[in-house]
Design a binder for this molecule. Structure first.
Ligand SMILES: *Cc1c(COP(=O)(O)O)cnc(C)c1O
Length: 383
């Protein structure tokens, strides 16, 4: 078991984010908690347990393995929706367990019908339509035959939702593309209605779309990054805050990542530190070793750039991040000792290392940085 560091989840912060989001969307919009990518690195099992205690009962995942983890963790009452991959072999389990799933091509609808007939149990599907992202989704000229098929097989297929996904709602540079997607989606929905095949719900919004294009909220929003207390991009935050009187970030980060000082040593001026020559001490320095490296998800691109907090001091990463270790400059902390707490993400008193600052430093998106944090690190829900 990994004992070099720990990830803590703060349920009060989560509750705060949830309240903020629910109030903004109103009670007629379902909030689906998106927990793909190991719940954006938070630890899917611990995270869904915490979310469920806070009242979330709808979860969206990418694949069957993730659906199985959520299912194992939570009682029958929750809804689980698979937005991505389902193999034919595992579709039987999916249908048997009332797991809902995206259907975006002919092959998958055929499999769903076949397996549902075999089990004599309805498959609960969300039809994903292509509106401009050009990733997955039924295209215009497939709709007629799809509609006939859904009508013919209505005893085997429950048409639960019509959905789509936007190609970059977090950036205004995609404004026209997203607007066009919204328009196309509404037209396709209207077409289904004209054909007298009406889905129980329609949904399209991720975090960014729900803020930048409120009309995309529809019956359900699929919220990932914002429930974890982070904004999809600085632009979305700016857009939100610009219309508000109080210029305070309503979201609170749920995750913290903590390790400890492994070793301390003194370095003479003009010595290189760590592998190679990327860092040379200009004067005498004191260096602490932290038992975390890129193998644990602390990106190598944070070499000579990352910051951590020790004893209420912000310390720079010096030299390259190694596979299992990194070195930080602790020259300014006279009292430092082996075993002292090291904050990789989180805060101590008023000093904070945010995921955003962390990812700007390493040119990684919030999303990527979080999901790279190793699964083997224990996750703990704070009480
Ligand atoms: C990941 C994902 C979301 C959630 O995105 P956030 O930006 O994290 O809110 C919503 N819908 C789909 C289809 C996704 O893949």
């Amino acid at each position: 078991m990994h004992t070099n560091s720990v990830i803590e989840l703060n349920p009060d912060s989560y509750q705060n984010n949830l309240l903020f989001l629910k109030k903004m969307y109103g009670k007629n919009v379902i909030l689906s908690s998106v927990v793909k990518g190991n719940a954006y690195g938070h630890g899917i099992e611990e995270f869904v347990t915490m979310a469920h205690k806070s009242g979330v009962s709808h979860f969206s995942v990418f694949d069957v393995a993730e659906a199985q983890l959520v299912k194992k963790q939570l009682p029958k009452k929750v809804t689980i929706l698979i937005m991505g991959f389902v193999s034919d072999e595992l579709m039987e389990w999916v249908i048997q367990n009332d797991i809902e799933f995206f259907v975006f091509d002919k092959k998958r609808i055929d499999s769903a019908i076949k397996i549902s007939k075999k089990l004599n149990k309805k498959a609960i599907v969300h039809i994903e339509v292509e509106t401009g992202m050009n990733r997955t989704g039924f295209v215009q000229n497939e709709l007629n035959s799809l509609i006939s098929l859904l009508k013919k097989e209505e005893n085997y297929i429950e048409f639960k939702g019509l959905c789509t996904h936007f190609a970059g709602a977090e950036s205004m540079s995609n404004y026209f593309r997203v607007k066009q997607q919204i328009e196309r989606f509404e037209k396709i929905y209207a077409y289904f209605c004209v054909k007298n095949l009406i889905p129980k719900m329609k949904h399209s919004a991720c975090s960014a779309a729900s803020i930048m294009f409120p009309e995309t909220r529809m019956d359900m929003v699929r919220i990932g990054i914002m429930q974890y207390g982070l904004w999809p991009s600085p632009e979305v935050f700016a857009s939100y805050i610009s219309s508000k009187k109080k210029k305070i970030d309503p979201l609170k980060r749920v995750i913290s990542w903590k390790s400890q000082v492994m070793s301390i040593k003194k370095i003479d001026a003009c010595e290189f530190i760590g592998y190679g020559t990327s860092f040379m001490a200009k004067e005498k320095m004191k260096i602490a070793t932290i038992p975390i490296g890129y193998a644990h998800g602390y990106s190598r691109s944070l070499s000579n750039k990352g910051r951590v907090i020790i004893n209420q001091h912000r310390c720079m990463v010096v030299g390259t991040v190694n596979m299992n270790m990194m070195l930080v400059d602790v020259s300014d902390i006279p009292s430092i000792q082996i075993g002292d707490e090291v904050i990789l993400i989180g805060s101590q008193e008023k000093i904070d290392v945010s995921v955003a600052s962390f990812s700007e430093n390493s040119n990684q998106l919030n999303y990527e940085l979080l999901t790279r944090i190793s699964k083997s690190i224990p996750r703990k829900i704070l009480i």
